[in-house]
Design a protein around this ligand. Structure first.
Ligand SMILES: [Zn+2]
Length: 166
């Protein structure tokens, strides 16, 4: 069984995941830990949700012009969402504008997974690479960041097993 969303995690964790899948308990375990889907369904709601995090933690980062659900993002190893930084010269000044797109795959996900993705994409406003500084910023915004990323990947794995491929 290939666990494509969990590449890079240590083998002892993957072995536990395989056991849960073999016992057909992965979905049940996730459902118990994350019982509720979020209600951030529209692009407007997603923008407001993201801006609340930005205003709280990343006030000095460039403004975000747009945050949208995007059904064209292929969810793979490191692309749960996408961010683009656009720089333009306006009246002699360089203006940076950022856009964040989140895969519609997470439109019906538990709220903590959406939070993890939004935190990830916001951190990219300051740190381009997945560096130590990048993950420190993620953990500053969401102390459980690493656990949530792992669990979100578990959830994606479970969805794929149910035929809901991203
Ligand atoms: Zn990233």
């Amino acid at each position: 069984m290939s666990l494509i969303y969990l590449q890079g995690y240590p083998e002892h964790l993957l072995a536990q995941v395989r056991t849960l899948i073999d016992q057909q308990r992965l979905g049940e375990v996730l459902q118990q830990r994350y019982p509720d889907a979020h209600q951030v369904l529209s692009d407007k709601a997603l923008y407001d949700y993201t801006l609340a995090f930005k205003n709280r933690f990343m006030r000095s980062a460039p403004p975000i012009s747009k945050v949208i659900w995007d059904n064209k993002i292929k969810v793979m190893k490191h692309a749960l969402g996408l961010h683009t930084a656009i720089s333009r010269v306006q009246g002699g000044n360089l203006k940076a504008k950022a856009e964040i797109r989140v895969s519609t795959f997470f439109r019906h996900a538990p709220e903590p997974f959406l939070r993890m993705i939004v935190v990830h994409e916001l951190a990219h406003l300051k740190e381009k690479e997945h560096s130590k500084a990048f993950y420190q910023l993620c953990c500053h915004m969401e102390p459980d960041y690493h656990q949530l990323e792992f669990d979100a990947r578990l959830w994606m794995t479970d969805q794929a097993l149910r035929g809901n491929a991203a």
